[in-house]
Design a protein around this ligand. Sequence first.
Ligand code: HEM
Length: 410
Amino acid sequence: MAHFDPNARPFSHKWMNERLAVDTLQKVLSTEYWIPKNINFLWAMGMILAATFGILLISGIFLLMYYIPDTKQAFDSVNYTVMSEVGYGWLWRHMHGVAASVVFLIIYIHMFTGIYYGSYKKGREMIWLSGMLLFVTFSAEAFSGYMLPWGQMSYWAGMVITNLFSLGSLDFQGLVEWIRGDYVPGQAFLNRFFMLHVLLMPLIIMALIVLHFGTLRIPHVNNQDGEEIDFDAEAQKWKAGLRKESKVIPFNPVFLSKDVFVMSIYFIIYFYLVFYHFEFAMDPVNFDPANPLKTPPHIYPEWYFLWSYEILRPFPKDPGLVAFGFAQVIFFLLPFLDRSPNVAPASRRKPFRCWFWILLVDMIVLTIMGKVPPVGVYTTIGTVAAWVFILLWVTLPIVTKLEKPVRRSK
Ligand code: HEM
């Protein structure tokens, strides 16, 4: 049994230290976690994601106090009870809705930062794979949440997405009905998606965040130049007082203060959206209650799924399904399809630089085309963009094989 000072005042520093080892934690964060100096604000996105997930959890718990998972009452419990009857219910709903939308913007920025700087390469494959698992579970979390208000888009998007499980001309209707628990989306369907949204997916996400942080421990975070840093040697320099010469900084308080600064700017923008522009995160069609007898003229998912939806849409049924499946899994394979050993920013990796920018622009085009009705020139642009996406990934091993060794800067 450890020694306890009987005279220590409850909750004083000494009292806490004897029970929670706060000094040890502070020491570990200040002397054992080292971060490269040469990283920019894009490296704050990971912490911003963790903080936004925290907001989603807290606002979700408040919404859960009034939400009723019943097909006859769900719509009113959200649109009437929470919005008009519960004090500040509107605030929790706006915070939840806006966070659910911006979290995807930050996820995409975080992913593309990783692609640009080659942070998925040798030694960092597990960081990438655990990140991709987070992307998939966040997608399932967002989709299941979208079902809960039981509006027109909840119902019809639920119908369209679960229909995909009939696997095209294989016509596995049994699988679709098994998932829905009925012939069409109904009470069993709502119960299941409610359980997924408030319990199973958040649990999996929390476990995956712990895993994702764990995967960063040994390879350390990458840096803007892709430089291989000897963290132990550089940390010694810092400890010896050679702070200018050292290539690393301690996590606490030096790097943390930078993270908190970027996060504060993010929160100013986030709360501006919550108070003044929350409507961008809410589809007007979903303010009509679900009506199984009235199909909306144009069914589309939320903006963050539009690019993969547009890869499905231009093709006939079966090839469309294959292309959609391809889009879902291909990002997982990035560390293995990139055949170049260079860890460097895309700006210094010649053919890959073009590959990266074409991919980014192509996904933006796919997103825009996924939103507009599939008519006339939009169909043509959508089809071309879908083919470009597929070809980019098929040619990635060749593009990266052609790459010359990159000279280190300095
Ligand atoms: C959604 C929840 C996520 C959270 C909370 C999260 C958190 C973090 C944090 C804190 C870091 C270290 C600092 C930084 O680079 O930002 C990081 C790094 C990283 N994450 Fe995530 N991440 C998430 C999702 C993803 C996704 C979807 C991917 C892409 C597949 C991904 C890939 C990476 C990579 C490659 C790194 C290493 C960056 C480097 O070494 O420079 N993460 N993540």
